[in-house]
Design a binder for this molecule. Structure first.
Ligand SMILES: Nc1ncnc2c1ncn2[C@@H]1O[C@H](COP(=O)(O)OP(=O)(O)OP(=O)(O)O)[C@@H](O)[C@H]1O
Ligand SMILES: [Mg+2]
Length: 246
């Protein structure tokens, strides 16, 4: 149960901009056991998306080691990374990223198509995932016939259909009103109770506290890593963070 799923060891991501080196991640280390719900927080520019891209095998670190399911993916080639990504990770984005010309069901099936799953199984798994998010009845609809919250649930179904080891969500409620945001979050919490490992990126403390654990970044470094109900989890030293609300 406490098997380590994600392990970052002394990760640096450095962008050389002319004469200056931007340390987007400046020696970051943490590990996440299977089944945990973690929020990565911090103000704009603190390194959240950079961390997400590395965890999601969309980018490689300048130095340091990243182990996903015990496998070193930090030095893998693109095609090998893509394969791991397809097999182990499910993504949820702020803008849903649904394809407008495909039905809801086809959108959910798409990730399985890339993974080489046969048609009949694709259909079955897509419908099961849509059922899980309460949208089986909308399978034949087009995305623009759904509300924002429903579209985000379709994107959650798409992430779930691949049966990923980790669900990565980058500002999943960024485009939703507060009531719909709460619904989507409750749903993520439910998925976590069912055993899913979730890494949620947000700048919003009121969202982050719904996770079990908060990792707070500032200038590419971890300034807090611990339970979300610890008062220090939501303190932002020297950063009256723009958009940071409690
Ligand atoms: N491709 C790039 N080239 C140069 N600098 C970059 C690049 N990507 C990110 N950075 C810099 O790295 C730092 C971290 O950026 P990152 O996108 O991870 O921040 P973030 O915490 O996701 O911010 P936001 O909340 O605004 O999305 C910033 O200073 C940013 O300007
Ligand atoms: Mg970002």
């Amino acid at each position: 149960m406490n098997e380590t799923l994600i392990e970052l060891r002394n990760i640096y991501k450095i962008y050389q901009m002319g004469d200056t080196a931007v340390h987007a991640l400046d020696g970051v280390s943490f590990s996440i056991p299977r089944g945990q719900f973690v929020a990565i927080v911090g103000q704009s520019g603190s390194g959240k998306s950079t961390a997400m891209n590395i965890i999601g095998c969309l980018d490689v670190p300048t130095s340091g080691t990243y182990l996903l399911g015990g496998v070193d993916v930090s030095t893998m080639r693109d095609d090998a990374q893509a394969e791991i990504r397809n097999k182990m990770l499910g993504f949820i984005f702020q803008q849903y990223n649904l394809l407008p010309k495909l039905t809801v069901q086809e959108n959910v099936e798409l990730s399985l198509l890339y993974a080489g799953v046969p048609a009949a199984e694709r259909r079955e798994r897509a419908l099961a995932a849509l059922n899980k998010v309460g949208l089986a009845a909308k399978a034949k609809n087009m995305p623009n016939q759904l509300s924002g919250g429903q579209q985000q649930r379709v994107s959650i179904a798409r992430a779930l259909a691949g049966d990923p080891s980790v669900i990565l969500a980058d500002e999943p409620t960024g485009a939703l009103d507060s009531r719909t945001s709460r619904e989507v979050l409750s749903f993520l919490q439910q998925l976590n109770r069912e055993g899913n490992t979730i890494v949620l990126i947000t700048h919003d403390n009121s969202i982050a506290v719904r996770a079990q654990r908060i990792i707070r970044l500032q200038d590419g470094r971890i300034i807090y890593d611990g339970p979300s109900d610890d008062p220090r989890a939501v303190v932002q030293p020297s950063e009256a963070g723009e958009g940071d609300t409690l």
